[in-house]
Design a protein around this ligand. Structure first.
Ligand code: CMC
Length: 432
């Protein structure tokens, strides 16, 4: 809290509201006492301008294109770390030492199996079920197979047995949901493989066609998961916090986050981008037609993969995703016409007044699907990949919310009611 206050005048009466300052100097007017002082609430649909909590996890400056986890720049982490090192950072607040990382890796291997009874569930989803619906359901059922412990062991100071289990098992669930979707036998986790290699092996190893874990793919997967690992109070993270604030456990809260991520305006955008690129290509590559549609206020069509609530400049994650995309394509000598099309779209949009004036730049989802395609990951798994990456962030926020008396309050927004104020009851026989 600073000594500064903000003044608000309502009906000629001046009210003083405290001002809170962030560690990077942004100010926020603390309106928690507003209703008691004035009888008024604030109205902010879509939470465009509402700080829902005080957090120490991730810093995002949308005007300058800065993203930092626990103070470290995203580019440094993506360049130098593996995914679970960053998960450790988000969860505990510090990068692990060599020994801590080795213990954490061992735990990721130790918890990788899922209860055999859970496997029966996979058999009963209808064919072609969405891997997102399977993922959220199965994560919810972890609550019953692995009851969360009140006095959970916390050997790392921020990573309990429950969280370590979830981090490890989610990969197995994700890979099994893919195998069930394509009707192939399940591939179990291997004790000799690390986090990302194990996931790729569970996805792509087949009895008749053993999979050779390709270091380039492992490195790309580590980077892309790091880029998705947290993004402060986005829709799915807010869902996790909100559900958790009711006292719901970790697994049901994360299951809610997975469902929130699914939509095409959030994590589902990576699927929407791919579908759009395919549509434009099938339509003869007519980009201008789609740009015209995006600009037409009467047409709900939007260019998926462009724009962001917070970034008003190039999304720093998109810069790195684009680099990874080019690295993979050139190293593996892959020609993907969708990459050429994506670059052509970006080029055209970057010169278009409509997009320039609204600060609409490519976001993390614009190029990520092309990388997944190069890895052999099918389109309906793209948002599952986002969920795997976002998991440490969700858990870190759930923990932070639970450990803080103020933010642990049940999330319960108010509303401005504009329905009928009051009317007398009309008996059924007299209704017209
Ligand atoms: N294509 C065309 N026009 C757009 C787009 C787009 N992708 N995004 C925003 N606009 C326009 C919008 O029509 C509006 O124009 P006007 O002022 O004339 O009405 C203006 O830009 C502001 O848009 P908004 O909807 O008020 O902005 P928002 O902050 O509520 O929405 C967004 C942010 C990400 C939902 C939106 O930009 C969008 O729908 N993008 C496409 C979906 C997408 O790529 N989502 C992934 C986001 S990154 C991953 C993640 O963190 O979830």
């Amino acid at each position: 809290m600073t000594s500064e206050t903000a003044q608000l005048t309502i009906d000629g009466v001046v009210y003083e509201l405290p001002v809170v300052e962030s560690s990077t100097g942004e100010k926020a007017v603390d309106i928690r006492s507003l209703r008691n002082q004035t009888g008024c609430i604030t109205l902010d649909s879509g939470y465009m301008n509402t700080g829902s909590c005080i957090s120490n996890i991730t810093y995002l400056d949308g005007e300058r294109g800065i993203l930092r986890y626990r103070g470290y720049d995203i580019a440094d982490l993506a360049k130098n770390c593996i995914f679970i090192e960053v998960a450790y950072l988000l969860l505990t607040g510090e990068l692990p030492t060599y020994d801590e990382l080795e213990v954490f890796k061992r735990d990721m291997r130790r918890y990788a199996l899922i209860h055999e009874d859970m496997i029966h569930f996979f058999d009963h989803f209808p064919p072609n079920s969405s891997p997102m619906s399977i993922l959220s359901t199965m994560v919810g059922t972890l609550h019953d197979f692995y009851p969360e412990m009140d006095l959970d062991e916390d050997p790392y100071g921020g990573i309990t047995t429950t969280t370590a289990r979830l981090l490890s098992k989610i990969r197995t669930i994700a890979a099994f949901s893919y195998k069930k979707n394509v009707g192939h036998p399940l591939v179990y986790p291997r004790v000799d493989l690390n986090y990302c290699s194990n996931f790729l092996n569970m996805m792509f190893d087949r009895p008749i066609m053993p999979y050779n874990v390709e270091p380039l793919m492992v490195s790309a997967l580590n980077k892309i998961l790091i880029l998705h690992a947290d993004h402060e109070q986005n829709c799915s993270t807010s869902a996790v916090r909100l559900v958790g604030s009711s006292g719901a456990g970790l697994y049901p809260s994360i299951s809610a986050g997975i469902n929130a991520l699914w939509g095409p305006l959030h994590g589902g955008a990576n699927v929407a981008v791919l579908r759009l690129l395919e549509t434009i290509r099938a339509d003869g590559g007519t980009i201008d037609k789609y740009i015209a549609r995006a600009k037409n206020p009467d047409d709900p069509f939007r260019f998926s993969g462009f724009g962001h609530r917070v970034y008003k400049t190039y999304d720093p994650r998109a810069t790195i995703v684009k680099e990874i995309c080019h690295d993979i394509m050139s190293s593996l000598e892959i020609q993907d016409p969708l990459l050429d099309l994506a670059m052509e779209i970006e080029e055209k949009i970057s010169k278009d007044e409509y997009f320039i004036s609204r600060n609409l730049y490519p976001n993390v989802d614009f190029y990520s699907g092309i990388i997944y395609r190069a890895m052999g990951i099918p389109t309906n798994m793209f948002t599952v990949m986002f969920a795997l990456g976002r998991l440490p962030g969700w858990i870190a926020h759930w923990q932070e919310m639970n450990n803080n008396k103020e933010s642990r309050r049940i999330g319960r927004p108010r509303q401005v009611y504009q329905g009928v104020a009051h009317r007398p009851y009309v008996a059924l026989e007299r209704r017209q």
